[in-house]
Design a protein around this ligand. Structure first.
Ligand code: NI
Length: 226
């Protein structure tokens, strides 16, 4: 499932993130790349352990945790601390697949990357190129979203970032270990949750709601790691 989630950051949070990144020190993005992807990766990143990356990462994670659509779609168990990247002057990231397991720097924690996410932090009009192209069984999907919007997709997908030919593309990216490892099961729960929300919006007292909510939770109980 490839899902666009609008309005993850509030305007005040977005302005703060953009201002902080505007004055940040960037390093070669290959510091966090795996052996294969390092050959394809040409961009810059905030150092993972910099004060700016930690502070902005906390803002992004807090925003995700209060966003009902993100929670419903990802069913997050662990969120990897977000990283921040910048592409300019023809920089790109060729086709690759993200590592299955990521160590959280400076800790013994590991995150299994079930879902990959990119949070766009610049407006599309401010740069040319820089589309995130994600391949799935339906073909290639080109994604370039307004600032503060997120795309969530299975980390098992091949993907790339097209060369940025004007301006700079700034984004946060991170991974989610979901309570539901299998994409197909997670997609079913997301559809069921959406249907329950729509029934509830029309008639909060509908007698089928208790039963449907029970089905949702009983599937979650069968399938979830918690
Ligand atoms: Ni990637």
């Amino acid at each position: 499932m490839l899902l666009q989630i609008p309005g993850v950051l509030r305007p005040d949070e977005l302005a703060h993130v953009q201002a902080t990144l505007g004055g940040a020190e960037w390093v070669d993005g290959r510091v966090t790349a795996g052996h294969q992807s390092a050959r394809a990766k040409h961009n810059r990143q905030l150092p993972e352990d910099s004060a700016a990356a930690r502070e902005l990462g906390r803002i992004v994670v807090a925003a995700l945790e209060r966003h009902p659509l993100f929670v419903s779609a990802a069913l997050p168990l662990k969120i990897f601390p977000p990283l921040f990247n910048r592409y300019e002057s023809g920089e790109s990231f060729g086709v690759h697949i993200d590592n299955a397991i990521r160590m959280v720097r400076g800790s013994a924690h590991r995150v299994r990357t079930d879902l990959s996410a990119t949070l766009f932090l610049g407006e599309p009009a401010d740069y040319d190129g820089g589309e995130l192209v994600i391949e799935d069984t339906y073909g290639a999907h080109s994604v370039k979203l307004p600032a503060g919007h997120l795309v969530l997709y299975p980390a098992s997908s091949l993907h790339k970032v097209q060369p940025v030919t004007r301006g700079a593309r700034i984004a946060a990216f991170f991974w989610v270990q979901s309570m539901i490892r299998e994409d197909a099961q997670r997609a079913l729960l997301f559809d069921l949750d959406g249907a329950i929300q729509r029934v509830a919006a029309g008639d909060a007292g509908h007698p089928a709601l208790v039963q449907l909510t029970g089905v949702y939770h009983n599937l979650l109980r069968r399938w979830a790691d918690a």
